[in-house]
Design a protein around this ligand. Structure first.
Ligand SMILES: [Zn+2]
Length: 60
C-alpha cells in the first residue's frame, strides 16, 4: 500500500491503483492519468532532474 507521488502534477497516489506507469533510468514512476504519463515521457528530465539540477547548479 505504498503511496507515491505523481511527478508531473504532484498528486499522491496509491502505487497499486496508479492509472499509468513509466520506467525511466531504471526507476518506475506512477501517474494519476494518461495525460501525466504523456507529459512525463515527453520531457522526463523536467520532472526527475529537479534534485540533480539543484546539485549541478551548486557545482557549477
Ligand atoms: Zn497527475
Amino acid at each position: 500500500m505504498a503511496q507515491v507521488k505523481d511527478p508531473v502534477c504532484g498528486m499522491m497516489i496509491e502505487a497499486e491503483t496508479a492509472n499509468s506507469t513509466s520506467t525511466y533510468q531504471g526507476k518506475t514512476y506512477y501517474f494519476c492519468s494518461p495525460g501525466c504519463k504523456t507529459a512525463f515521457e515527453r520531457d522526463p528530465e523536467k520532472y526527475v532532474g529537479g534534485e540533480q539540477a539543484k546539485k549541478a547548479g551548486t557545482a557549477s
